[in-house]
Design a protein around this ligand. Structure first.
Ligand SMILES: Nc1ncnc2c1ncn2[C@@H]1O[C@H](COP(=O)(O)OP(=O)(O)OP(=O)(O)O)[C@@H](O)[C@H]1O
Length: 295
């Protein structure tokens, strides 16, 4: 449904995106993850036909995103990363303007979305908070029942309850066979909604992975308190993956090797233990670091 083939955009300052290649299948929810400035919005702007690539192609539904931008945009719902609306209007007037431009006839879903996102759509846009504007943007991206929905950091500005509502809406649309491409910093949101995710850093794709694969890469970090610093010194000689230590405290990473972990710790007087499950974000950061070392 969405194809990027060697997509490259080099800005005059040498930054940009380089040789981006991947495919998103019809009905797939695809996450696009990366730190600030990695190239997420630039890639999305190419998908929307707002930017001409230096090299390579982007296509949606077999339409070239640059040469056939108007055909592409007919199939798409889009939420930009930075929303700029016609500030003189209310949210409702803005949505009506879009609906008119799109020749929309059925407003049932629009009204349902407004109801679920719980905001006063008749507020003038210039008086809206960031979160309220984001909600208007979400309604605008979904209301016309598009086949493909492209979202640039959709939950930024939403409170946790509304993030949850948003996730539910995405999962419902996924069931209807919609294709999603969404950039995000929120790993739980990607984890809950996406089938696969691409990880981008410094304009280059460093991994495209199945979400289950990412989840199975999760390590657990145990913060263990022993009775003395000398015990910690002894433990440092063990085969355990010790991330850090301070006084009689030690942080140990465990990924599958629980038996060794318990056998080693049983040799000491353990005073307390806390566990942290590594977030997907940490997994990505580890991934970046490893790749950085290889270069
Ligand atoms: N029009 C432009 N001219 C010059 N450089 C640009 C332009 N647009 C983006 N860049 C640069 O390209 C890189 C990628 O930017 P982009 O906005 O795509 O990142 P991003 O992953 O969306 O980041 P964020 O999460 O902060 O929105 C950055 O280094 C940015 O400064």
């Amino acid at each position: 449904m969405i194809q990027l083939q060697g997509l490259t955009k080099v800005f005059p300052n040498g930054k940009g995106i380089f040789d981006i290649t991947f495919t998103v299948e019809k009905g797939e929810v695809f996450g696009f993850l990366g730190p600030n400035g990695a190239g997420k919005s630039t890639t999305i702007r190419h998908l929307m036909g707002f930017m001409k690539p230096t090299k390579g192609t982007a296509s949606i539904n077999n339409f070239n995103c640059w040469n056939e931008a108007s055909s592409v945009q007919k199939h798409i719902g889009y939420l930009p990363g930075e929303i700029s609306f016609l500030e003189g209007m209310t949210g409702f007037e803005f949505l009506n303007l879009l609906a008119g431009m799109r020749g929309m006839k059925n407003f049932k879903y629009r009204d349902e979305l407004i109801e679920r996102l719980q905001f006063d759509v008749h507020t003038p846009i210039r008086k809206m908070s960031k979160g309220m504007k984001q909600k208007v943007g979400i309604v605008a991206a979904f209301m016309h029942d598009p086949e493909v929905i492209i979202l640039d950091e959709p939950t930024s500005g939403l409170d946790p309850l509304m993030q949850q509502t948003f996730i539910e809406i995405v999962l419902e649309e996924k069931k209807k066979g919609k294709t999603f491409f969404m950039s995000s910093h929120s790993f739980p949101e990607i984890e809950r909604t996406c089938d696969r995710a691409a990880i981008i850093k410094d304009g280059r794709i460093i991994a495209v992975k199945n979400i289950h694969e990412l989840q199975s890469m999760q390590r657990k970090l145990f913060d263990v308190v022993l009775t003395s610093e000398s015990e910690v010194q002894d433990l440092l000689q063990s085969p355990l993956d010790i991330i850090s230590h301070n006084g009689n405290r030690v942080r140990i990473a465990v990924q599958g090797n629980y038996d060794t972990f318990i056998r080693e710790l049983a040799k000491y007087n353990v005073q307390s233990m806390d566990v942290h499950v590594q977030s997907l974000e940490d997994i990505f950061m580890n991934y970046y670091d490893r790749r950085g070392d290889e270069r």
